[in-house]
Design a protein around this ligand. Sequence first.
Ligand SMILES: Cc1ncc(COP(=O)(O)O)c(C=O)c1O
Length: 324
Amino acid sequence: MNTKDNSARTYGSVFDMLPDEDNPTPLVRINHLNPAPGFELWGKLEWMNPFGSVKDRAAWAMLRQLEERGEVTKDRGIVEPTSGNTGISLAGLASARGYHMRAIVPNKVPMEKKVLLRIFGAELDVMNDNLCPSPGMGEGAIGMARSYAKAMPNKYVMPNQYENVANREAHEQTTGPEIWRQTQGRITHLFVSLGTCGTVSGLSRYLKAKNPAIKVVAVQPSEGHDVPGLRNISELHVSKLFDPALIDEILEVDFNRAYSGALALCRREGLMAGPSSGLILEGARDVLTRDKPASGLGVAIFCDSILKYVSSMIKHLPELAVES
Ligand SMILES: Cc1ncc(COP(=O)(O)O)c(C=O)c1O
């Protein structure tokens, strides 16, 4: 039996399952929630990655880079600040390789993600921080991870998704070519979110090199939001990969719509998308309702699934709660 055969979906290990142009995550058409007849809207299902989110791409690129440089070993593991998904991807990859992982997460990260980090064997520090790690000196998750890497250089190296260009390059090398091939070069619009900005910057660089007319729309949650992984522009100073020149429009959407949007994707399209996907969908719908394009093809990046947000969904939509 072939140990790596994408068409038969047989793989020698979890590492062979990681996505690339020949093994892309699915692109699925949005049929009921697309307000623009004549315009095709597609969702890229990033939860189909082995560790359940878009961050598998950046995590694998950063880990590979550390391995190539000999900076991670059986004795020297990784420490990373994370709102959950990068940590889960890194922890899964690290455990399969036999490396130690320490994740520093803000306390507002959903309980499901914190437990998943432990399930994958990561040591966990929970910080009193903003939802997405902030650059607080010594106190926030980013400062804490830096302190570990500095104080214990023989034990930890910090991949640092907020500054590491391998994060952006992962999308130039995998997500971008996948979308270009899957849409046969017909893509006209990209709908994406802002976190570390690896996804938006990498995709925009790749796709605009192919066709400069492609419109890149970044959807941001309104201030005071509680959508893990996402940043409002007021929180973006920490993301060194943010490059406004690569974005055509930044659209703000009320953060509560992240949760109603996720519910709509589950109920109307049968797609088990999480809140950042819900927010991106709502942003795409706003643009299409406003601009009424008669033709074109948009791709929305659906970063992870609803399964990690059951407690958050109940908080936002109490009618979902089940009495025990
Ligand atoms: C659920 C979710 N959505 C969106 C993003 C944003 O992706 P990026 O960090 O590439 O900007 C993240 C990043 O952690 C995420 O976890």
